[in-house]
Write a protein that binds this ligand. Structure first.
Ligand code: ATP
Ligand code: MG
Length: 740
């Protein structure tokens, strides 16, 4: 028996104690943020081991990320020692992978099968589409892949698909491609991520003996973040728990934020049906956050309908003298926001707060850029969790490679990276030829390519493509001195087809990449020239080398689930940023409610301090826009939040606290606009973006915000040469010109 004073039982409240010690039978812990759900699971593992109810390898615990698994294992190890090493503890994927390695033959693979990454998956599917005689334009691989993944999330193997609606030809086509894709995977002795779970399900359902083995093997099942399981994961759990019903799931319906990946909140409701007699434990005491943070979060989430509903009470005492209200702060623009947040961080750090206890949680990936720049500029150490740092992202590296090659034609690494990106029909043969010629002649690749094209030795097709590529680089290079750096970067990314490539991409992360590229151009606008920008980037990247030590955390809200920090910074609370524009465009309440849950997750990460910020102006997709504060700000009860608005920032605000502004209550869609002028004259006037593609005739009179009136001398694509009446001859991009 386990002594009552076992360390993992110490300090638990009665409900938590129950959730830890009722080991047998189905148990659902449904509770709000910070009530100790994860702590209960950890204690439960320790209790199972100490009570000798199960050997470590007979306990299966599922967490949402590998990081969470590692932390849980460390905590259990601290409580009961090395036995923790033998627990089956990991994500659904990692556990299914372990199981599948043992039974690969049963699903037509051998034990050393490979797992394809997202790129390989797409390439394979594309080949299947082409072999079927379909056109990838009318049948984009990304869209088909998204459908296949949805089917896999729902545990639908190709032979299990429901009959499509009659006449739904696209659906029927996807179903056929799905079957062929799976056949090809098997032929390659490979599977994709979604398959890991699906194959194990197929295995369990197809082989009674194997299922019995694993059911007997895992005598106790524990699941964290249960609200974000999808149908396939649910079925998998149900099968494993079928005989003994020893399954304990903990979750919070208010924190369900992955429905876009197939998560089903209905799994919570199903639990009690599928496991009759399930015990339900509710934890109501929150041990993480101060009362104002809890009240703010509760007030916000109360705006969602159809919640299961629950109470949250502070679980520990707080000294009213030191408790801080949630704060919101209006700022001028994104740069001011980053400056303000980093100043706060520095002030807290000077006061003695740990940097690793502070987190900046953003809604979308591109938002990290301005914070990273500011943190680097001020020398505050930071790390980005859950994603690469801004300048390490693949699309940013590609774009930088274009810029590098234009600035330094001898940069052969850059050449290699982009010469066939987007695809220009330059196959391995042509690239090999260039490389061999370059080696033989001791030339950089670009120069070698130029000479090969001139020599006429290449086959006509690659020769033409390569010739055009070299000419493009030359043309852009000629613009280096005359075009503003951000305009030139725009031109390059546009004319090369690189941005268009991502815009045409239907993969879920493609839109984010396009956003990142626009953010890159915005960053370049802050520099004198492209070479000086590239120098800056090189410095930023070098700063990345060391990752240890006390560091501020920068990450997305989605990635922050389950974590906690003393101080949480929540920037960008503006309509169409957060709630995100895609959720608003969906219409209806579903998307909006999921955004609100995400805001709830953000607020409840904080132990002591929350600072929400929003900008009056923001550059999005390289356009300046007038922003409106997020409706979520207005939904936080006035008593719980201190609203600090800088005077005059928002129309009608007049220095009053922002909530008096009617736009708080009824946000309208923000208008496109140029960068608004401050009361005091801005250092530089900003070009006014107009719609792309305005064609100007030679001789036409045009106007530019910075250079005034002029006459068009020549036009090449989007590039226009203009003789300005006062500023003289200039080369510009057409979208910054208007007809005079
Ligand atoms: P989330 O929903 O955000 O995942 P959670 O319900 O999993 O939250 P935990 O992370 O387990 O909550 O706990 C939140 C914090 O409260 C942790 O720091 C944990 O150590 C602490 N805590 C939990 N229970 C108690 C308790 N009985 N006494 C003191 N502190 C506790
Ligand atoms: Mg948790």
């Amino acid at each position: 028996a386990v002594p009552d004073d076992a360390p993992w039982l110490a300090g638990l409240n009665p409900e938590q104690h129950q959730a830890v010690t009722i080991l047998d039978g189905p148990l659902l812990v449904l509770s709000g943020a910070g009530t100790g759900k994860t702590r209960v699971l950890t204690a439960r593992l320790a209790h199972l081991l100490a009570s000798r109810r199960a050997q470590p390898w007979q306990c299966l615990a599922v967490t949402f990320t590998n990081r969470a698994a590692r932390e849980m294992r460390e905590r259990v190890a601290a409580l009961v020692g090395p036995a923790a090493n033998d627990l089956w503890l990991g994500t659904f994927h990692s556990i299914c992978l372990r199981i599948l390695r043992r039974h690969a033959e049963a699903v037509g693979l051998t034990h050393d099968f490979t797992i394809l990454d997202a790129d390989d998956q797409l390439r394979l599917l594309k080949r299947v589409i082409e072999e079927e005689g379909l056109d990838v334009k009318s049948c984009p691989p990304q869209a088909v892949m998204a459908q296949i993944q949805r089917w896999k999330d729902q545990a639908l193997a190709p032979d299990k698909l429901p009959a499509g609606r009659p006449g739904d030809a696209a659906q029927a086509r996807s179903a056929r491609l799905y079957r062929l894709y799976q056949e090809r995977l098997r032929g390659l002795n490979a599977c994709d991520f979604g398959d890991l779970l699906l194959h194990v399900l197929t295995l369990f359902l197809g082989d009674e003996g194997v299922l019995r083995y694993w059911q007997g093997r895992f005598r106790y099942l524990l699941v964290d973040e249960y609200q974000d399981t999808n149908v396939a994961q649910y079925l998998w759990l149900r099968l494993l728990a079928q005989t003994h019903h020893n399954i304990c799931c903990v979750g919070d319906d208010d924190q369900s934020i992955y429905s876009w990946r197939g998560a089903e909140i209905g799994n919570i409701l199903r639990f009690e049906q599928d496991f009759p007699g399930a015990k339900l434990v509710r934890l109501e005491r929150n041990y993480r956050s101060t009362p104002p943070i809890l009240a703010a979060a509760a007030g916000l989430i109360a705006h969602n309908e159809g919640r299961l509903g629950k109470t949250l009470r502070p679980g520990r005492a707080h000294d009213p003298a030191t408790v801080e209200k949630v704060r919101s702060r209006a700022v001028w623009d994104g740069e001011a926001e980053a400056r303000m947040v980093v100043e706060e961080i520095e002030a807290l750090h000077r006061r003695g707060d740990r940097l690793s206890g502070m987190a900046i949680l953003v809604r979308v990936g591109f938002q990290t850029r301005e914070f990273e720049e500011r943190l680097i500029a001020t020398g505050v150490p930071y790390r980005v969790i859950g994603g690469p740092r801004f300048y390490e992202r693949a699309e940013i590296r590609d774009a930088l490679a274009y810029l590098r090659l234009v600035v330094a034609p001898s940069d052969s690494l850059a050449f290699e990276r982009i010469v066939n990106l987007p695809k220009r029909g330059l196959g391995n043969a042509a690239l090999g030829e260039i490389a061999a010629f370059a080696r033989a002649q001791g030339l950089p690749l670009l120069e070698a390519a130029r000479r090969l094209v001139a020599s006429g030795e290449m086959k006509p097709r690659p020769r033409k493509a390569l010739g055009e590529f070299v000419a493009d680089i030359d043309r852009w290079r000629a613009l280096l001195g005359s075009l503003a750096p951000e305009d030139l970067a725009d031109t390059i990314l546009d004319e090369s087809g690189y941005v268009a490539m991502w815009k045409a991409d239907k993969a879920p992360d493609a839109a984010g990449r396009v956003e990142n590229l626009a953010e890159l151009t915005a960053a370049i606008a802050e520099y004198e020239s492209i070479p000086s920008f590239l120098e800056h980037v090189a410095l930023v990247m070098e700063n990345d080398a060391k990752a240890e030590g006390d560091r501020v955390v920068v990450m997305t809200l989605h990635g922050a689930k389950g974590l906690e920090f003393d101080s949480v910074f929540l920037p960008g609370w503006e309509e169409e940023v957060f709630p995100h524009v895609r959720a608003l465009e969906e219409g209806g309440n579903k998307g909006l409610e999921e955004e609100r849950r995400l805001a709830y997750v953000g607020l409840t990460r904080a132990r002591r301090r929350v600072l929400i910020s929003f900008a009056a102006n923001r550059r999005i997709y390289n356009q300046w826009r007038t922003q409106l504060p997020s409706r979520f700000l207005a939904e936080i009860p006035d008593d719980e939040i201190e609203r600090e608005a800088a005077p005059g920032l928002f129309a009608g605000g007049g220095g009053e606290p922002a909530p008096r502004d009617p736009s708080w209550e009824r946000p309208e869609r923000p208008r496109w606009s140029d960068r608004p002028q401050r009361a005091e004259p801005a250092a530089a006037s900003w070009p006014k973006p107009v719609r792309r593609g305005a064609a100007f005739a030679v001789g036409a009179r045009v106007r530019h915000d910075r250079f005034g009136l002029g006459t068009v001398l020549a036009v090449e694509g989007h590039t226009v040469h203009v003789a300005f009446d006062e500023a003289g001859p200039r080369t510009l991009i057409d979208s910054y010109l208007t007809a005079a």
